[in-house]
Design a protein around this ligand. Structure first.
Ligand code: DOR
Ligand code: ZN
Length: 367
């Protein structure tokens, strides 16, 4: 018999939907991979830089508005959608207090200025350490989602054998942040390094992290050998020892800190005349990829013990951290090749990661 097992519906706690014509199709892909909801990042155009539609800063999208668009696109399937507020030069402690008191603001997102796709509205971390914004988050119990890479580095420090932007951030910035705001709820987004994993493991229990499928599966050699640009995302995939640390963290039987967040990022144009857009698209296929990654990490998914480890990572830790409703529905993963197809939206195409890597996906969702 084909190995198979049942999982509850789950929440993708780091994903990207945009604000253009790709939104309905990408939300649908999340529904098709049995998501009960998502945390949808605010680095859209325009950025989600205000909480309420009525707020003055008119060039920004509001959390209220974007969240309801995503909920509507899910056709009533999503139980909950969290949209973090984009921390910009216009963010004030008062916005945090008001948004949290109204129950609309659950999280904020820090982007290193110009550090990734849509990060040009970010402001340096020190600004929020000093201007009362982080203090307001801490007091209101609002989660700080951190893109943990140091910004503005020269090439030798950005990515090298000795250090890289994420390691520098987790070595120099995160300890100060946690010390200064000991009760601040923090999520290290899309963790990629052993330095990051070690930091999260030692931090207080309200400091957690999510991990993408691609960072569990690949190393920088996979990206460079053939310049597989569909694997180009930020933070970059790293070295084998980093991947080993991520795998150990995600698959530990006593894992209480590391959870699923795909960072699925739809790009209809990956290559540009002088570069490449950062982001891997894993909509529709993330549980399958996580299952494959867990097997690569040595987890036996034919056994209940292994299945429980995956369920803890995919369905439980993040949901409980964000206090999201437990979905009643379940789905079945079975060990049989998934039919992965490009996502067509009008005359535009989004290539899911396995097609870009020219590889098969050995797990599928039973339909
Ligand atoms: O690779 C990435 N793509 N990293 C991010 O932080 C943003 C994302 C996107 O929005 O495309
Ligand atoms: Zn992201």
């Amino acid at each position: 018999m084909t190995p198979q097992f049942t999982l509850p519906h789950w929440y993708d706690l780091h994903t990207h939907f945009r604000q253009d014509e790709t939104l309905p199709a990408t939300v649908k892909d999340h529904v098709s991979m049995q998501c009960a909801g998502a945390l949808a990042m605010p680095n859209t155009a325009p950025p989600v830089g205000k909480v309420f539609e009525a707020d003055e800063v008119s060039s920004y999208k509001s959390i209220e508005q974007y969240r309801s668009e995503i909920l509507a696109a899910s056709g009533g399937v999503f139980k909950e959608v969290i949209v973090p507020l984009y921390l910009t030069q216009d963010t004030t402690p008062e916005m945090i207090e008001k948004g949290a008191a109204a129950g609309v603001l659950k999280a904020c997102k820090y982007y290193p200025p110009h550090g990734t796709t849509g990060a040009e509205f970010g402001a340096p971390l020190d600004r929020f350490m000093e201007n009362g914004v982080f203090r307001a988050l801490e007091q209101a119990g609002v989660t700080l989602c951190i893109h943990g890479e140091e910004h503005g580095l020269g090439p030798e420090r950005y990515f090298d054998r000795a250090e890289n932007a994420e390691e520098i951030f987790y070595r120099d910035r995160m300890p100060r942040l946690v010390d200064s705001f000991p009760d601040l709820r923090i999520v290290g987004e899309h963790l990629t390094t052993k330095v990051g994993v070690d930091f999260i493991l030692e931090a207080p229990s309200h400091v957690k992290a999510n991990i993408t499928p691609q960072h569990l599966m690949y190393t920088v050699g996979s990206l460079l050998n053939g310049l597989k640009y569909h694997l180009y995302c930020l933070p970059l995939v790293k070295y084998d020892e980093d991947r080993a640390a991520l795998r150990a963290a995600a698959t530990a039987t006593n894992n209480t800190k590391f959870f699923a967040g795909t960072d699925s990022a739809p790009h209809t144009k990956k290559t540009t005349p002088c570069g490449c857009a950062a982001g891997c698209y894993t909509g529709g296929i993330a549980p399958q990829l996580y299952a494959q990654a867990f097997e690569m990490a040595g987890i036996d998914l034919s056994q209940k013990a292994g299945q429980d480890i995956l369920e803890n990572f995919l369905c439980t830790i993040g949901r409980e951290y964000y206090d999201l409703p437990m979905p009643e529905q379940t789905f079945i993963l079975e060990r049989s090749a998934e039919d992965v197809q490009p996502l067509k939206i009008g005359d535009q195409t989004i290539i899911p990661l396995p097609l870009g890597m020219e590889c098969e996906l050995p797990w599928r969702i039973r339909r």
